[in-house]
Design a protein. Sequence first.
Lengths: 342, 342, 342, 342
Amino acid sequence: MISVGIVGGTGYTGVELLRLLANHPQVDVKVITSRSNDGVRVDEMFPNLRGHYDLAFTVPDGKSLESCDVVFFATPNGTAMTLVPDLLDAGVKIIDLAADFRLKDEAQWEKWYGMPHACADLLQEAVYGLPELNREVIRDARLVANPGCYPTAVTLGLMPLIESGQVDLSSIVADCKSGVSGAGRGANVATLMGECGESFKAYAVSGHRHLPEIRQNLETIAGEPVGLTFVPHLLPMIRGIHATLYLKTERHSDWQSMYESRYAEEFFVDVLPAGSHPETRTVKAINHNRIAIHQPQEGDTLVVLSVIDNLVKGAAGQAIQNMNLMFDLHESAGLNTVALLP
Amino acid sequence: MISVGIVGGTGYTGVELLRLLANHPQVDVKVITSRSNDGVRVDEMFPNLRGHYDLAFTVPDGKSLESCDVVFFATPNGTAMTLVPDLLDAGVKIIDLAADFRLKDEAQWEKWYGMPHACADLLQEAVYGLPELNREVIRDARLVANPGCYPTAVTLGLMPLIESGQVDLSSIVADCKSGVSGAGRGANVATLMGECGESFKAYAVSGHRHLPEIRQNLETIAGEPVGLTFVPHLLPMIRGIHATLYLKTERHSDWQSMYESRYAEEFFVDVLPAGSHPETRTVKAINHNRIAIHQPQEGDTLVVLSVIDNLVKGAAGQAIQNMNLMFDLHESAGLNTVALLP
Amino acid sequence: MISVGIVGGTGYTGVELLRLLANHPQVDVKVITSRSNDGVRVDEMFPNLRGHYDLAFTVPDGKSLESCDVVFFATPNGTAMTLVPDLLDAGVKIIDLAADFRLKDEAQWEKWYGMPHACADLLQEAVYGLPELNREVIRDARLVANPGCYPTAVTLGLMPLIESGQVDLSSIVADCKSGVSGAGRGANVATLMGECGESFKAYAVSGHRHLPEIRQNLETIAGEPVGLTFVPHLLPMIRGIHATLYLKTERHSDWQSMYESRYAEEFFVDVLPAGSHPETRTVKAINHNRIAIHQPQEGDTLVVLSVIDNLVKGAAGQAIQNMNLMFDLHESAGLNTVALLP
Amino acid sequence: MISVGIVGGTGYTGVELLRLLANHPQVDVKVITSRSNDGVRVDEMFPNLRGHYDLAFTVPDGKSLESCDVVFFATPNGTAMTLVPDLLDAGVKIIDLAADFRLKDEAQWEKWYGMPHACADLLQEAVYGLPELNREVIRDARLVANPGCYPTAVTLGLMPLIESGQVDLSSIVADCKSGVSGAGRGANVATLMGECGESFKAYAVSGHRHLPEIRQNLETIAGEPVGLTFVPHLLPMIRGIHATLYLKTERHSDWQSMYESRYAEEFFVDVLPAGSHPETRTVKAINHNRIAIHQPQEGDTLVVLSVIDNLVKGAAGQAIQNMNLMFDLHESAGLNTVALLP
């Protein structure tokens, strides 16, 4: 059994890790920390876990974390980077669900996250944990930067087209919509049901932190600069991300076959039949990404529709997929479940 | 492997059976019928099932159903009773998720369901499939009448008190609230999101079909007549039932301990700590019932709060729990999962 | 024109007052205060008000408030009582939308609100602002305690029956459900959409502050003690309260006619036809209360269904109705609008 | 008083017309038709109208409709065209809320609506009822084609840029999201709350009927062909449309001032301050369009955000705005209300 520690377990990413790990056959969660909830049982805070965990939150403490095989960070940005170096030295593997190690460029990171980086030397070593892009390096990684939710949906949606070289890379549009759980469990007027229920809006149009992350992914795949406009929106629902992606092309290829081939071996990427419109609910609670590709009216604009559950493939599920790779388990261990519909 | 047939698989109960059975280690779904969707793949109608079933709907047909070990009916009321006698004769076990076999009294059944009963002789043999009440007879049953959703939440909520003989049986109030999935997947103006979203109402106050079913349960437990007022309401959400139950008593017993004792051995009934308020989301997607009991202001009225997922413990999950008992499997096989929160 | 001041305008009650007063023909809002938003334009905080107000929040200040004809308090409990005496001395009329003046008994108030009362001598003078109960005294009042949302829905729903003397007063049950706007606009984990969306729960079963308020109303009407069990619940929607009320009786009167007669002259109380089930959406955004009365199965339990919009008849609308009475305007001035459906 | 007839009053557009006309000071609704609900009172079907109308549905009948000054068609596509010629001959003015007269090109209309047009000769006379584009011709029109909901949001959002000649017209993207009321009140599995609640999807990516309508508008404004990709999505909420519009440009103009100038005299178009993100709830129940324009990261892509209430500015409200123009009333008569927030 792999012994697991979770730092910062009181948010939605934390409880989702606990939900998914409860059904993982080769894992034992030994430590879960929360500075402000020391001593509180996890199933008291999250009663959906009753019967599955006999565990209480503790104050983060190097010794107990160092006894784990792997530590997940489900903390706000800027926390993991202060604890990771010592844990790595102690031989613990790290999966950071926050953004501390997602960008390769230190200056970019500091610009977008507004603070100095505490261990910038690890930015190069850290592996960006998108298995469909980096599977082999993830297997050997000590430190995995788990991707953001929007970057996961967008990158998987665009990867085959970018790789194909058949699209205009200068003006990609990613119009993305997320359920409110993506904004976390912090007390915040903007995510009250009275504020975001029965309403819809864009936000951060001038620049969102996932913009440089997505651009880094696309440029890694393309090997050249990419022009990207990324607009996130807030949906009046809890779970799910839908990315609607627009690209220019002069071709009329068989895009459907290209997508099906590219992802034929991918357990968690499902290319829907031609003409489909994926619904976010078809991935609710599971680690899958479902994709459809259209060329409307036979025109010069391609439209890709890509959906994930932001808390699963967009966070905790992908983190477990990465763990499975790092510990040489079956990649889908604990993750082969059916989406909740309705 | 137990071979399973499902009659009427295009509603919410049908797709929920498929979702849950996909994770059941000892089951193989061989037949699923739908007269109007003959030939359509189940994962085309319900894309959440992609990757889990290689199965298409077929027209109901005695021969293929007779080859199954057990057949679930997820049909409208009045359908199962026309097919069950032949299937029983062929040695197939039956679990009816509709109401055809729930009432013992033929006249009552015909009054509430507005049609003659096609095989009233089976009403006595049919076992009411609430395991917490009838576990041992279910094990040996050929024909199980799977309980209604409201009756499950109410009966489990009241059972310990009724058994105790410490409450006034003449004036019990069951104020119940259900998510809209309880109304099914039929095209219906009343359950359009434009009609029932962002609104709340009672319905069928003058008399709902679950009233005689709940009363039959309570009177079976009490061994005497029971006065019950049952008012169902429609919640602007998809899954979940919350029953708020009011009973008069002259006692000040340790109700908490009584409930904990009564359900100590029940895997799927969870008595919450004193003072709790169960949320429906803590049972979303799982087969558990969570209960809390209060005696507000030390007065003479007891308040019991009982929540289930109407599609799981209130339908498909309980049906599988019954199947597990009928086939001598572990009672929680395929059902020991964690509720989705948030 | 009546000049109006609003103390504490940044919550849902405040913005609803502004919405309704914008359409009131005889009112001019001159001052709106918020200590923490001094200088912020109201239409910057609430863009739905763009084009209707050229006003910014100011720090509360005796002088500007004293220049108003009437001041509404849309503040947390315990604020109004510190400012009201001076304003009354200055000749300003007061309508308090919080609870500071709702209970007549000082000890009860201090028990339920957990603080000493700053001007308990005013508790007797304050008029409980339910026009259907206290219309004539409201006309002459200097200080009106605007009722709570639950107490409004419950009291209007029960008034004719209590007055009739034909029901058992010892065991009334009020099972009430409220949209989340009733919990206010404060940053609070419990009312995040991720917490209360797609879920339902009871709360404060052991005792809610509206219990003594409702009981005081019913006992005032009855002239004798009343036994009441009150259980509030949180609905996954924004606006609306539904009270389901249960009373015992030995009679079979024509309750429908009794209700219609009692409310025949009331503009804002609408008794629905026999057999109806009021939906909360039929009062969305308006000051009406819609009621239906049932005697299910000809039994000994009466069921009354009573709906209001918690922010209108349950708060801001009723406050304006009171203002209209206090200033001898038409009682429905500014309030005769149509509910939003769908 | 203008006497009004409404053909087809049982859908969401019909009840919204009734809601808005109830508050219009110069209008008297005399006839409302519904073939299948002959004799049913409108306030029985829509209880939010209780107290506002003493009117029942009747079977459509030339004589009663011909006695009206204006007739609104709130019918499915293809109905108005069969009745309009006779009504025009009788001197009645017509506002069609369906699509029968929106496209100028008969062949296009027949291609997209899949039926022959019954009075194609009127397509040229019909005035496209977007007052911000066609105000003066609307004043004199006999027959107004009320715009579609998406076309209203998109056209108003793009008009100043198209007029400016400073954007690339060859590749405009309109990523649009609508609440479910846009899909109407017909019984339909796809718009059940169990289907579209808590989920999000695109639809009709290959081609939606509003595509040629939007393109016709943009080409009318531009005076040249326009390349448009239009993708509609279904939001899990009832009211509201959000259009996110992407255009390429090589300029860095003061777009904010351009928008503010263009719409300075428009009562119903509100250009928000620079950097804003309009929420659909800020136009809930009102006839306003709120717009923001961004040039993210100083790049070559402009992003315009445009919101309306699909049932008001996208249907019934705009129809009344057109009526006001046609009858020389104040353009905002009956429409100057405040959006419902929260």
